[in-house]
Write a new protein. Structure first.
Length: 282
């Protein structure tokens, strides 16, 4: 992860929450010097993710005065009652940073856990789970890191690192062949091209054009996907996407498709239940 971007995001989140001051914590602890301890505790089963980001929250809010002692690392399987990290510092800093740290860690752990469910569902098939650009604005780096933590793979990071010709591009260009030609003429050779197919006829036309790295089977049925994989016959990478659920994804994976992209792992992942318990030093 790029620390400068994450730090900026944390600063925005802290300013959003604290603004001119934490009136509750500052009322209860008007003077500095009240030292407290805290423990992050898992409340449900899942994959932990975001510990380093939570640590950065407290480093920023305390100007590095808080001591952080991890008990788990990102990617670990956690169960209710497990201690994830311990921290010691000013009570005001712990209280003021609590919600922001939890927001990051609960969201990221939720994405990692949801991703792991899909990865497990297709285990042994040879297919790989991909994320999409359906991420929280400003959070893409974190969402995609959480996907990797859960065992998934990242699709393109944005519009700049892969050309993906979709139905609207095809319509605007006047057809599949024209859209592919425009991309080939414009983009550098090291940027891959993926083309969306809405039918088996589209797959045939894309293959005839050549020089694309991947074909996306958009909203294909399982039978259509089998037929499309057969048409491609390993000449380019293949990807399935669209209305694929946890219940159907293994059947899609068994068609021989290389990748399956799932927007739900980022746009519909529930936050994992984690708490921060604060107490006086022993």
């Amino acid at each position: 992860m790029h620390n400068s971007e994450i730090i900026r995001l944390i600063q925005i989140a802290l300013n959003e929450d604290i603004r001119t001051g934490d009136v509750t914590a500052e009322s209860v602890f008007p003077e500095l010097g009240a030292w407290s301890q805290g423990v992050f505790i898992a409340k449900q089963y899942g994959i932990i993710c975001g510990l380093s980001v939570a640590r950065m929250v407290f480093q920023i809010i305390s100007d590095n005065r808080i001591t952080w002692t991890p008990q788990k690392q990102d990617g670990d399987i956690i169960e209710p009652g497990m201690i994830l990290a311990k921290l010691d510092g000013e009570a005001r800093d712990l209280l003021s940073g609590e919600r922001t740290a939890l927001n990051f860690m609960q969201r990221m752990s939720g994405v990692a856990t949801k991703t792991a469910e899909y990865v497990h569902a297709i285990q042994g098939t040879g297919a790989k789970i991909l994320d999409t650009r359906k991420t929280i604005p400003g959070w893409r780096e974190l969402d995609k890191y959480a996907v990797r933590t859960g065992g998934g793979n990242n699709h393109r990071m944005g519009l700049y690192d892969m050309a993906m010709i979709k139905d609207n591009h095809i319509a605007a260009a006047g057809g599949i062949r024209e859209a592919i030609r425009f991309c080939k003429e414009y983009i550098p050779k090291d940027i891959p091209i993926e083309v969306e197919a809405d039918s088996l006829q589209d797959v045939i036309e894309i293959l005839e054009c050549g020089n694309v790295q991947r074909i996306l089977f958009d909203n294909f049925t399982i039978e259509q996907t089998k037929a499309a994989v057969g048409l491609v016959n390993g000449t380019v990478e293949t990807e399935s996407s669209g209305n694929i659920t946890l219940e159907t994804i293994r059947d899609y994976a068994l068609t021989g498709v290389d990748y399956i992209s799932v927007g739900a792992i980022t746009h519909s992942a529930p936050a994992l239940d984690i708490s921060l318990d604060i107490h006086l030093p022993e």
